[in-house]
Design a protein around this ligand. Structure first.
Ligand SMILES: Nc1ncnc2c1ncn2[C@@H]1O[C@H](COP(=O)(O)OP(=O)(O)OP(=O)(O)O)[C@@H](O)[C@H]1O
Length: 387
């Protein structure tokens, strides 16, 4: 998958900018505050419905303007793996590139979007269409933060590789909202029964899907950690489902906790409380990771996810690496970039200047963009010629 055009309007300091990125490596440079990260935020917004720096209403819309607009055009192969709608059908056409386009207008409160010319009803439809894996200075929370970013990480992967997951996730989220509303209004047990049933019906398969996904990620993650963070040694990757699943079903856990939930006004057990954890063979716990190791461990998780996506879908998601040079030392920058570009991924890298690892870059063409005074200028393409 690679983005061929990106238009941003009224996003942070930009009035209107257009980029035509190349496949392979795209380097975005500019001074502090120029808007380099904002370019990646625009891309991330289309792929996740939010920025990696928070929600749209927290400053993504340019001051004094009612809404921002993002338009992305990208090329992708019709997925050939198990995620494909018509996978296995004899009349399914061979994988071939196709051009897709998506537009999103977001005010922070409301939004409207189009995908391939048609209006979309759920933001999730845009997110499921464009796959972007982003690594930014806040990504270490995947390792050192609370459970929410880790649940989101699993769910992102599942949205993209499991056809049924989005429906399951929506069903669970809706049931949870309804149950919590009833708990707050101190509803009767009879009213809660129906939503407990619905939560269990969606929550059990959702849990199985997440667990299977984590198992499938493990070999990718182990190999990437061995390469990027040798010495810590991934001992195990363990899923904590959000209730005592080894002792009881979700339906039983909901019933057991009902009085407590009525007192607190929220549902205390279930997949919305799930988490996953790494155990390191060479360390007592994640707290023992250095800050740089925590970042590399988070990056390894994101790259494992991208690699798994590629194995399932037959092509890499777009990879966006914000401020790479300030996050990784030179040899890690080089190793990560070489690995990604050898895989054929389209990669975006930002930096106040070209990261040291790109000095004498000879691992493929590099497309350069310079962000200045609210404009983005395409520079020369460096590196070996495109074959
Ligand atoms: N809502 C907004 N309206 C107008 N300008 C904004 C808004 N939000 C942020 N800005 C400005 O837009 C720019 C955002 O810059 P961004 O974080 O993308 O820069 P950067 O090039 O990545 O910088 P750095 O190298 O310092 O990380 C900053 O100059 C900031 O002051």
């Amino acid at each position: 998958m690679h983005v061929t055009r990106l238009d941003l309007r009224q996003l942070r300091r930009f009035d209107e900018v257009t980029l035509a990125p190349g496949s392979g490596l795209n380097l975005i440079t500019g001074d502090n505050g120029a808007g380099k990260t904002s370019v990646l935020e625009g891309l991330h917004l289309m792929a996740y419905g939010r920025s990696f720096r928070g929600r749209v209403r927290d400053g993504l819309v340019r001051a004094g303007h009612p809404a921002l607009e993002v338009f992305v055009q990208w090329q992708e192969r019709v997925p050939a793996g198990p995620g494909r709608v018509d996978a296995g059908r004899a009349d399914a056409p061979a994988a071939a590139p196709r051009l897709r386009k998506a537009g999103l207008r977001h005010s922070g409160q409301g939004w409207s979007g189009r995908l391939d010319g048609n209006a979309v009803a759920h933001l999730g439809e845009l997110c499921a269409a464009l796959a972007v894996v982003s690594f930014d200075p806040g990504s270490h929370i995947l390792v050192s933060g609370g459970g929410e970013p880790r649940r989101r990480f699993l769910d992102w992967g599942l949205f993209h590789v499991e056809q049924d997951f989005l429906g399951l996730w929506r069903r669970y989220s809706r049931a949870l909202r309804q149950r919590n509303a009833l708990l707050k209004s101190r509803a009767s047990g009879g009213q809660l029964d129906a939503w407990d049933h619905e939560l269990a019906e969606a929550g059990e398969p959702l849990t199985r899907a997440r667990e299977a996904y984590l198992d499938a990620l493990a070999p990718h993650y182990t190999a990437l950690l061995a390469d990027l963070v040798p010495g810590v040694g991934l001992g195990s990757l363990r899923y904590a489902p959000g209730w005592r699943r080894d002792e009881m079903s979700l339906a039983d856990a909901l019933l057991l906790n009902r009085d407590r939930d009525l007192a607190s006004g929220h549902t205390s057990a279930g997949p919305h409380r799930a988490d996953w954890a790494l155990a390191f063979a060479g360390l007592p716990g994640r707290e023992a990771l250095s800050r740089g190791q925590a970042k590399l461990t988070a990056l390894a998780a994101l790259l494992a996810q991208a690699e798994h996506y590629a194995a399932q879908r037959g092509e890499w998601p777009v990879v966006a690496l914000d401020d790479l040079a300030s996050e990784l030392d030179r040899s890690h920058q080089r190793r990560v970039l070489e690995r990604l570009l050898a895989s054929g991924a389209q990669v975006f890298v930002t930096g106040t200047e070209a990261p040291p690892a790109l000095t004498g870059w000879d691992a493929g063409p590099m497309h350069v963009f310079h962000v200045k005074h609210g404009t983005v200028e395409a520079g020369d393409t460096a590196g070996p010629a495109v074959p």
